[in-house]
Design a protein around this ligand. Structure first.
Ligand code: CTP
Ligand code: CA
Length: 225
């Protein structure tokens, strides 16, 4: 058997990727979720593996095949996702592509809630941990390259700049989910890279191409190019 020595710009690097939505239980049969196919996050994991990296993909529930050559960690909720991310670190690159639900139900039921004529369930929401901000603001164990995403419906660049500052990450990959491409669940994406060095808009590309270009760029950034 031929032995193929690992090759590619990310050989010897650990890349952690979050992908997909999170599901936050209301009761044993119902949940709150975000719209996310996981296609972009999974494509990034695949591209990083193809670039020679060791890849851990922490994913919420998605209807996608597991990328080959990637360590999969399946989670449901935001809190489980944060736990899995902490267990998977350290990494040279952290890419937080998951659509994490911002809120969970504080008083989730142990039993299925029953419809009760006229009475609505008294659901109390509480905020989920911000996984990206938690990791990016850390002094120890922060991936040297920490990347966030921002799916926006208006003022895309402005919101992305605000998120870059608030989350403390190195780069925000922003897209407008109100236009034809980048539409949730679609196969193409029009993204803007927002960082301290400015804003770079890429042409509309397939999610696979966005992933490959992003991984290539991150390899250069890691080398300080
Ligand atoms: N993110 C996260 N944990 C959360 C919420 C968001 O890790 N609880 C990450 C996402 O994976 C993404 C980035 O933060 O990389 C931006 O997510 P987004 O939902 O756009 O930002 P929010 O700060 O939640 O702002 P809003 O939803 O109000 O636009
Ligand atoms: Ca959010």
């Amino acid at each position: 058997e031929a032995y193929l020595a690992p090759s590619g710009p990310l050989v010897g690097k650990h890349v952690l990727v979050t992908s997909g939505p999170t599901h936050e239980p209301i009761d044993p049969v119902r949940y709150i979720a975000n719209r996310s196919s996981g296609k972009q996050g999974h494509a990034i994991a695949r591209a990083a593996a193809a670039a020679g990296a060791r890849v851990t993909l922490v994913s919420g529930p998605v209807d996608l095949p597991d990328p080959t050559g990637v360590t999969m960690v399946r989670v449901e909720s935001a809190r489980e996702m944060l736990d899995a991310v902490e267990k998977a670190l350290p990494a040279e690159i952290g890419i937080f592509a998951a659509a994490v639900a911002d809120w969970r139900v504080a008083n989730a039921g142990d039993q299925k809630l029953k419809k009760n004529a006229g009475a609505l369930p008294d659901l109390k929401l509480t905020e989920n941990p911000d996984i990206l901000a938690t990791i990016a603001h850390r002094n120890e164990g922060r991936p040297p390259l920490t990347i966030g995403f921002a799916a926006e419906t208006e003022n895309v660049i402005e919101h992305a700049k605000q998120k870059l500052a608030k989350k403390g990450c190195d780069l925000i990959v922003a897209n407008d989910v109100s236009i034809g491409t980048g539409v949730m669940g679609g196969d193409s994406n029009t993204v803007h890279l927002v960082s301290a060095s400015g804003v770079e808009t890429w042409p509309t590309l397939s999610k696979t191409e966005v992933a490959q270009r992003l991984v290539e760029r991150l390899g250069q950034m890691l080398k300080g190019a």
